[in-house]
Design a protein around this ligand. Structure first.
Ligand SMILES: [Zn+2]
Length: 396
């Protein structure tokens, strides 16, 4: 063994740590370190630092490079962290697993590991968030999209759990119509669910097949109508050519989107379920990787799912009625300042095409939200007299 250029313990440990103690083969979920039952402080390592180019010449040596020095051969640049299964596979097949392919694999794992650390705990790289109704949010994938159904592969619950998923499916018929939806960040789109979703538990994952209604038709931005213009800085009416300024059509779009994303759910006494859940999501996810993803799901909901006015659902339209796809929602500031939250939205708009814009939306403070809720309680009896107020807010 003395003629083999083995890795030192320090090199082995460094290459394992740089891979996050996970096998470097993309998609291999194998953890390579964990507790040992032998002693309370003992641990077991099942992975190994494998040689990209073999440690010594001879029969069975893979990818041996005679031009390398012993220091290079035993250096960290020649090491890749693998689980036992992949270490064996890679040593058997030199044709598929060339030195370059292994170096690329190692670089990919280290990059993914760095991103996971930046993103925070519990993230799954490459998988978008999915929402199933208002209380369940999962990291996962869209397994199948058909005209009449979407199949989702749920991997990791961000809100809710399997039990909630089973409850949603079982209680589907009694859910409010505007709560029967699925949303996908990966697709930037969502659908109304037409029937209860079917669940299949598969290994550690939960497969959900959701029958869906046809896509809600959208209108051209030019047909948005018109309104008094709000000044982008003062957010107030202003005079232009000696009359109050107006905006219409596609020019009205930024103002319309800003207004819609500035109204929190619960603020509108006549439409208890209308509005975004940004305030709520900031309370729950502030400072985490999930926050912008949660906001994006909520914008998709505004674009794709009809909302009622508390009495009837308007199934023919959605709040963001000309947005056909939400490509991205980015926070330009970690939290609101002086009630203002700058956002970058990237949308597909019917009649316009791809539309990217920086918007400053209004965000209430906690005091303002609590004060608003208190005032709502006060006027609730008056509103109820007119028959305009729906009690559906109580089921939230
Ligand atoms: Zn592996």
């Amino acid at each position: 063994m003395s003629n083999r250029d083995e890795f030192s313990p320090a090199v082995k440990k460094a290459v394992a740590m740089r891979a996050g103690w996970q096998c470097s083969v993309e998609g291999c979920p194998q953890k390579t370190a964990g507790p040992s039952e032998e002693a309370p402080g003992a641990f077991a390592i099942v992975g190994d630092a494998a040689h990209i180019c073999a440690a010594a010449p001879g029969p069975g040596a893979r990818r041996y490079d005679e031009t390398m020095s012993p220091e290079e051969r035993s250096g960290i640049g020649n090491a890749i962290w693998l689980c036992p299964t992949h270490a064996r596979l890679i040593d058997r097949d030199e044709a598929t697993h060339t030195a370059d392919a292994l170096r690329a694999m190692k670089a990919g794992r280290e990059k993914a590991c760095a991103e996971e650390i930046r993103a925070g705990a519990g993230t799954l790289p490459g998988s978008g968030l999915l929402a199933i109704g208002p209380d369940i949010v999962c990291a996962g994938e869209i397994a199948q999209v058909m005209a009449g159904s979407w199949t989702l592969n749920l991997k990791h619950f961000v809100a809710g759990d399997r039990h909630a998923m089973v409850g949603f499916s079982g209680g589907f018929a009694s859910r409010a119509a505007e709560d029967r939806y699925i949303l996908s960040n990966e697709l930037g789109d969502g659908r109304v669910q037409s029937e209860a979703p079917a669940l299949v538990m598969q290994g550690g994952n939960c497969m959900v097949t959701c029958p869906v209604a046809p896509n809600v038709p959208r209108i051209d931005a030019q047909k948005l109508g018109s309104d008094f213009a709000l000044h982008p800085e003062t957010n107030d009416l202003y005079v232009e050519n000696s009359s109050i300024a107006r905006v219409s059509g596609a020019d009205y779009l930024p103002q319309k989107i800003r207004a819609l994303l500035s109204m929190q759910r619960g603020e509108n006494v006549f439409a208890a379920t209308a509005g975004v859940r940004f305030y709520e999501y900031f309370e729950a996810f502030k400072g985490t990787f999930w926050l912008p993803q949660m906001l994006m799901l909520d914008v998709i909901r505004q674009a794709a799912i009809p909302v009622g006015d508390g009495i009837v659902i308007a199934p023919w339209t959605t709040p963001l009625r000309c947005v056909t796809r939400v490509r991205g929602v980015e926070l330009l500031l970690g939290s609101p300042e002086n009630n203002r939250l700058p956002l970058r939205v990237d949308l597909d708009v019917q009649g316009v095409g791809r539309w990217q814009s920086d918007l400053e939306i209004y965000m209430p403070t906690r005091d303002q939200m609590e004060e608003g809720a208190r005032r709502l309680e006060e006027i609730r009896p008056t509103i109820a007299e007119f028959g305009h107020y729906s009690t559906s807010s109580e089921t939230r």
